[in-house]
Design a binder for this molecule. Sequence first.
Ligand SMILES: Nc1ncnc2c1ncn2[C@@H]1O[C@H](COP(=O)(O)OP(=O)(O)OP(=O)(O)O)[C@@H](O)[C@H]1O
Ligand SMILES: [Mg+2]
Length: 331
Amino acid sequence: MISFSKKYLSLLLAFAVGAIGGGVFPFVFMVLDLKELELDISSDNMLYVFNSQNIYIFSSLAFPVVFGLIAMLFLMITRSHKALIVAKEQVLLEQKKSIMNSKMASVGVMASGVAHEINNPITIVNLSLKKAERTLKKNPDNPLSAELLTILARVNQTTARITKIIDTMKQLTQDVSSDKRSTIKISSVINETIDFLTERCKTAKVVVRTDINDFNLDCNKGEISQVISNLMTNALDEIVAKDLEESKRYIEISTREENGKRLVKITDGGPGIAANVVNNIFDPFYTTKDVSEATGLGLNTSKKIMNAYEGDLFYNDQSPNTQFIMEFPAS
Ligand SMILES: Nc1ncnc2c1ncn2[C@@H]1O[C@H](COP(=O)(O)OP(=O)(O)OP(=O)(O)O)[C@@H](O)[C@H]1O
Ligand SMILES: [Mg+2]
């Protein structure tokens, strides 16, 4: 409504400016005529010249109207040109997005193929490792046993990391098509994820609080649970690593509908993420943790999942405590 009246007001203004501009011309002609007749430029003489020729009466009406209309037309053309440029940019952006999506799709197919191919050899390596471990343990007198067991433990850790990366790749490339989605309550997926992490929270002496204003989601429950679980696990890792005091050993999950968006906020007692780290946290394979345990894919995967729901995942740097926000579009 406001933009509608603004649009017409600016057209009216353009007409007025044009009309004033156009009104100057008859006046200039009259002054030139007076000069030619060698008369003074006074209001009486002007009135005399004005009344003497019909052309002045006509032009003093026509010029402002014509110039006013030209100014309006000019404004309209400029506007539609601008709109055309914006539309062109939009089309280009959409094109870029769709190229990016198809690239991502082919990367996804390739990644799932690679994940599948790596899976079998890794299983064989794992089984062989177990066998080697058992054999070494059966021969404790062998002077090399202890050293070899340490080496095998390291190899085990590395294969566990590879397995974790493969699992994440598989999750990333799994089908997120709408036929795998169903309508669920956000409260149910949150409660189930909390249940799943209860033991870890207990061991870490971390309290989980919820403040839920329920809403429905049309989603693949496993994926949303994965995002919440990744965020909770990060919070747990941080609380344990920093050995936070009791009052800060908490994770709070709150849900709200704000400005038409459906939000899930996950806050922990940490003081926020350091400025030199925060710019990289959504990058794939970025981690500040021990690389034998972490892949650095948690936030990257979670953001991709949220993007697949036309939503987003972001870190809230305005919160006094560490807070991530999952944002779903309006239903
Ligand atoms: N709640 C948090 N508090 C402090 N730092 C965090 C928090 N969440 C994430 N980070 C930082 O972001 C980095 C990236 O997180 P991300 O979940 O992507 O990977 P990761 O947890 O290191 O590894 P993975 O999730 O694969 O086990 C973390 O290493 C950590 O530095
Ligand atoms: Mg993580």
